[in-house]
Design a protein around this ligand. Structure first.
Ligand code: SAH
Length: 359
């Protein structure tokens, strides 16, 4: 079957997805063109922003890829004060972002979960609930997810990281704190509670195959998630996976594969929200724009106070650690205009796929 025939199919098989992920030259161009057309037809040229607040790097887990893993003793640990979080959220509102995303290392103790409930309620008070709230706070019980949902959060990101259980345990310790089944259950709980639920994976991990990546895309489709975040894996020197840094695809290859993953998923799920991950910008200054052109429609500009950003290095050389929000803003407007896109300001920017399902 030719690439054109595959691109015009309604449902893609695993083998067809693999063909798209392996596309090069003219075939790859056809894939990107089709993905962009599909996105524009369903979602227009709008990009939604979420002001990212990196609440805390205190983490009880030790994921083998992550720079803020608990076993990395070089990291100085912080959490933002309530005032700092509210200031970030007010700034997001003032800049017209419409939404914030609160992300953190993983804790499930009551002091933490209750603090988050409080913060969500406080953010909701800003201008009578005008900000949308996405959470990215890891695995929690269904009760906690429900408490946060009832407090006013309505979107939740929990990347599966690898939908293949074997690969999952090559990038996580095999213990009760890093249980593949639990992560799957958490995604189900989030869907059940009623969150616009997002998942995702890293691309270019050691041991990861094209077959794994095709399965990841089918997993998102099967779970019918509302949002997906996928970005290139970036090895961190203070993590166990660093030892494989010479065995993974090059930065350019990881970037290219990320774009093909985004484009392919856009064909499979035309109306979901897909983020142009900051990690793409770390590997390529134009990374986020390339991701937008491949089919992504969300960006998460960092609003964490600059003093804390260098302690939230889940991977090294993170882009924008030193930028000020106002600079970030004009850069985003300009770079999107240059590729024929624009920010949809002062809107929550919910997933169209989710909104339609609710009706
Ligand atoms: N503790 C939260 C938030 C994790 S940080 C949670 O578990 O959901 C958000 C994402 O960053 C992770 O889900 C992971 O996919 C990504 N990430 C972590 N380390 C990375 C690395 N070295 N390179 C690229 N992405 C990484």
């Amino acid at each position: 079957m030719s690439i054109l025939e595959i691109l015009n199919k309604q449902a893609l098989s695993k083998e067809e997805i693999k063909r798209l992920l392996a596309a090069e030259g003219d075939d790859k161009k056809l894939l990107f063109d089709k993905a962009l057309q599909t996105k524009l037809a369903h979602l227009d040229n709008h990009v939604h922003l979420r002001g990212l607040i990196e609440y805390s790097n205190i983490c009880t887990k030790s994921c083998l890829y992550c720079g803020v893993r608990s076993k990395n003793l070089k990291v100085s640990r912080y959490h933002l004060s309530d005032e700092e979080v509210i200031e970030c959220a007010k700034l997001a509102h003032k800049l017209g972002y419409g939404s914030v995303a609160l992300q953190s290392g993983e804790r499930s103790d009551k002091a933490f979960t209750e603090k988050i409930t409080h913060l969500v309620k406080e953010i909701k008070k800003i201008d009578n609930g005008s900000l949308g709230i996405t959470l990215s706070l890891g695995e929690q019980s269904e009760e906690v997810y429900r408490e946060w949902f009832e407090a006013g959060a309505h979107r939740y990101l929990l990347r599966i990281e690898a939908s293949n259980e074997e690969l999952y345990y090559k990038i996580h310790p095999r213990d009760e704190k890093h249980d593949f089944k639990k992560r799957l259950d958490c995604i189900d709980s989030l869907l059940k509670v009623g969150f616009q639920t997002g998942s995702g994976v890293m691309i270019g991990l050691p041991f990861q195959t094209l077959d794994d990546l095709a399965s990841d895309l089918l997993f998102f489709k099967q779970k019918d998630v509302a949002m997906v975040g996928m970005g290139p894996f970036i090895p961190h020197p203070d993590t166990p996976l660093w030892q494989y840094k010479d065995q993974i695809p090059s930065a350019a290859e990881r970037m290219d594969l990320t774009l093909k993953m985004i484009a392919t998923l856009r064909l499979m799920m035309p109306e979901i929200n897909m983020v142009a991950a900051t990690a793409t910008q770390t590997l390529d200054p134009q990374g986020r724009e390339k991701a937008i052109l491949a089919g992504a429609n969300v960006m998460m500009p960092n609003l964490t106070p600059n003093a804390f950003r260098e302690n939230y290095l889940i991977y090294p050389d993170k882009a924008n650690v030193k930028d000020k929000p106002s600079q970030t803003q004009s850069k985003i407007d300009e770079s999107l205009a240059a590729i024929g896109h624009k920010v949809l300001y002062n809107a929550w920017g919910d997933s169209m796929a989710f909104t339609k399902k609710q009706k």
